[in-house]
Design a binder for this molecule. Structure first.
Ligand SMILES: [Zn+2]
Ligand SMILES: [Zn+2]
Length: 222
């Protein structure tokens, strides 16, 4: 059966990050997930479609995932959404880490809609579920819709996002993975903020951060 969604994975080269556009095949309503860097590529992709963008969703506040927020909002009129625990961070160059990426730190907010665990975001005929997975930062979220799980910087293929930035906590990240992610459908496609796609069962079998019995400090950190 044909999927209800159309997905565009835009691998940004500067900075190296994955931005996703997810559209409902029937209604052409769409969301942009993590518009970091290379604004023009995101705009060109949207202009080649007939999508109506209904939301700009950040998995967390880091600059590589939010740098194009305001430009995409200006183009589409869609609201910026982020977890409530990242609302202030989105407007802080120290917490977005924008000072690491650009000489003139940009504002990436404020957010228009604050999300919390369990929220449901309509995308045409589909509904996206918000899963709060703190650890990489305090307000990290994953987004689940149909067989897709957008994992931001919480879960990569055989790895996780670093936890040494403000609000990071590796123990908490692992708890998020074990308590919130392991119980999900193991056939979910993992669409991470960086690197290649995976599948949840593969991560459960191979990702050391998803194994409760492995000492976190024994894993060579990325
Ligand atoms: Zn990050
Ligand atoms: Zn990132």
């Amino acid at each position: 059966m044909e999927e209800r969604y159309i997905i565009h994975k835009l691998h940004m080269y500067v900075p190296d990050v994955n931005c996703y556009i997810l559209a409902c095949r029937d209604t052409r309503k769409a969301v942009v997930i993590d518009p970091g860097g290379e604004t023009i590529r995101i705009i060109k992709t949207l202009e080649r479609t007939d999508y109506q963008v209904v939301g700009i969703i950040n998995t967390h506040c880091h600059y590589d995932h939010v740098a194009s927020n305001l430009a995409i909002k200006e183009l589409t009129g869609a609201p910026i959404m982020i977890h409530e625990a990242e609302a202030e961070a989105l407007c802080s160059p120290v917490q977005t880490l924008s000072f690491l990426f650009t000489a003139k730190p940009d504002d990436c907010g404020p957010a228009d809609i604050l999300l919390k665990d369990g929220d449901r975001i309509p995308v045409g005929n589909m509904t996206m579920q918000v899963i709060h997975t703190p650890g990489h930062s305090a307000g990290c979220i994953m987004l689940r819709v149909d067989d897709l799980l957008f994992t931001g910087d919480t879960l990569f293929r055989c790895n996780v996002g670093r936890c040494d930035f403000p609000g990071g906590d590796l123990e908490l990240l692992r708890r998020s993975l074990i308590e919130k992610v392991m119980p999900l459908d193991v056939d979910l496609r993992i669409l991470p903020g960086h690197d290649a796609e995976s599948v949840l069962w593969y991560e459960i079998e191979h990702n050391p951060y998803m194994d409760e019995d492995i000492d976190l400090h024994s894993i060579p950190f990325n």
